[in-house]
Design a protein around this ligand. Structure first.
Ligand code: ADE
Length: 230
């Protein structure tokens, strides 16, 4: 899979994409990520990419021409263009899984007030939001989306911790986890986890997951019950 990211701030990505499993996935070529500076697609001699909004108002709008030029240069027939914006559809694990099956994603990071509306009409990108709050641009959302997608690409996590098992693949929240020592500040690891009975452990984890979900996320609990019925 290839991910092209169009941004005014390519340097923002270097830290998060240069560490840990993300870096390893890139080294092993499970994923190819390319960063593109939007300014490089400006034809203005000062690299201008934004301008005042028609009709007035505070803040700037990204001009359509540099964005269009960048998209035309990077787009291949199989490419899926995604605009990160608070107006987008919520990013969910389901959407992440679906995106992980694509061959080519182009992520477009908005800044300022947003991108000239004609880009939407011309390229009809998918629009994705990472939550109901407003960030200063689409860069962090693009990082979040990329990490979530890369994480479920086969081979990125070890076999034993395959992404298919964890919480949110199965709607429910994750169960509690413990490691050594057996006792910490007077608190002991639950007995069932120390006994080595695989079936009992599995049942305990399922029960804990269900209980947590019911208490913390009634919305997910309803979804779980509905899917169980189906
Ligand atoms: N750009 C600014 N805020 C955002 C959000 N919450 N999700 C996606 N893109 C954004």
């Amino acid at each position: 899979m290839r991910i092209d990211i169009i941004t005014l701030f390519p340097d923002m990505f270097r830290g998060p994409f240069g560490e840990g499993l993300m870096q390893r996935a890139r080294e092993r070529e499970l994923i190819t990520i390319r960063l593109h500076d939007l300014r490089a697609f400006s034809e203005d001699k000062h690299g201008k990419v934004d301008d005042f909004p028609y009709g007035g108002g505070a803040g700037m709008v990204l001009k359509p021409e540099p964005v269009a030029r960048a998209l035309e240069a990077l787009r291949r027939p199989e490419a899926r263009i995604i605009l990160l914006t608070p107006q987008g559809a919520p990013l969910t694990q389901k959407r992440v899984n679906a995106l992980s099956l694509e061959q080519h994603l182009i992520l477009l990071c908005g800044r300022y007030k947003g991108i000239d509306e004609r880009i939407r009409r011309r390229f009809v990108p998918d629009e994705i939001s990472i939550g109901d709050y407003v960030l200063m641009g689409g860069e962090l959302p693009a990082m979040v989306l990329t990490e979530a997608v890369v994480r479920v690409i086969p081979g990125v996590l070890g076999d034993s911790e395959s992404a298919l098992e964890d919480s949110f693949q199965q709607v429910l929240l994750d169960c509690p986890w413990y490691t050594r020592p057996e006792e910490f500040e007077g608190m002991r690891v639950p007995k069932v986890l120390r006994e080595g009975d695989h079936a009992k452990t599995k049942a305990w984890r399922q029960q804990e997951s269900e209980q947590r979900t019911r208490q913390r996320r009634p919305d997910l609990w309803e979804q779980f019950l509905a899917e169980k019925e189906a």
